[in-house]
Write a protein that binds this ligand. Structure first.
Ligand SMILES: [Fe+2]
Ligand SMILES: [Fe+2]
Length: 286
């Protein structure tokens, strides 16, 4: 069974126009996140369509109900990312249409040319990675989000709190319909490689448009943040390779549980975290 906390939340984000550098001290990390955000309105609808296609084959009513909630959470995610992405487009980035076109083509092709079995393995590969990334973002929240734009930081942290909540659904669906280590690992490696490759293309393109790709200081800052993230992620990612892996074995961060309480008591505050006070065990609203 998946976490009983899994629920649909209407997030009242207010995205102000930014120059893309919503973390003024970390423009390179801002563009890494922006690049990933551009993928969401293509990746998450693909996950939803994949899960919907599998739903009829699921014989466990509890798993079907979890899948419905999963779909609702993912739909809420990409809609909010699309709103944020529009603020990036309004900033004047001319590369966004091209980046989005590539993502759209990738997922259209995957859906058309690959089996449902493969797409379910991709979905679980992505979800396993999203769980790892969510843990990393929450552990390193002060460094990555400290004193940055409240709405954008809150968007990313909300998204990954919910990724942690629905961590088991794609695994359980894949295991229910197509159990097998090799398929699961194929999906993990394919999804990880694909997402990292497209995200890397995206942030390099955005940083080039910023004029930062010619700066040695910016290159160094980008290298440092990428290695910081990868060093945190790698041991967590490697444990997914264990034959007996199940996402339920991974403990939820206390901060993610406290975030859900903050949202319950103060939804507007959860959409506008105080990024000067991210260090505490409990999220604080601005
Ligand atoms: Fe999501
Ligand atoms: Fe997800």
């Amino acid at each position: 069974m998946t976490d009983a906390r899994m629920t649909l939340r209407a997030m009242p984000f207010v995205f102000e126009p930014t120059d893309g550098h919503w973390n003024a001290a970390r423009p390179e990390f801002s563009q890494v996140v922006n690049s990933a955000s551009l993928a969401m309105p293509y990746l998450e609808p693909y996950l939803i369509r994949t899960m919907r296609a599998a739903k009829g084959q699921i014989t466990d009513p509890a798993l079907q109900a979890e899948l419905d909630l999963y779909i609702k959470q993912e739909a809420a995610h990409y809609k909010q990312h699309r709103l944020f992405n529009e603020t990036l487009r309004a900033t004047g980035y001319t590369c966004i249409d091209g980046l989005e076109g590539r993502l759209n083509a990738d997922y259209t092709k995957l859906e058309k040319e690959r089996s449902l079995r493969f797409n379910l393995a991709y979905a679980e590969g992505f979800e396993a990675m999203a769980l790892v990334i969510g843990q990393m973002l929450i552990e390193d929240r002060v460094h990555l989000f400290g004193n940055s734009n409240a709405a954008v930081s809150s968007l990313v942290l909300w998204h990954f709190v919910e990724e942690i909540e629905h961590k088991s659904v794609a695994y359980d669906v894949l295991h229910h319909l197509h159990p097998g280590y090799l398929l699961r690992i194929t999906g993990l490696i394919y999804a990880t490689g694909h997402i990292f490759w497209r995200t890397r293309q995206g942030y390099h393109t955005l940083l080039k448009e910023d004029g930062l790709s010619r700066s040695i200081a910016s290159h160094w800052a980008l290298t440092k943040v990428i290695y910081r993230v990868l060093f945190n992620i790698l041991p967590k990612w490697l444990r997914i390779l264990k034959p007996g892996y199940h996402p339920r074995q991974i403990a939820d961060p206390a901060w993610a549980l406290a975030w859900a309480t903050l949202f319950r008591d103060n939804p507007a505050g959860a959409a506008k975290l105080d990024t000067a006070q991210l260090a505490g065990p409990v999220p604080v609203a601005a």
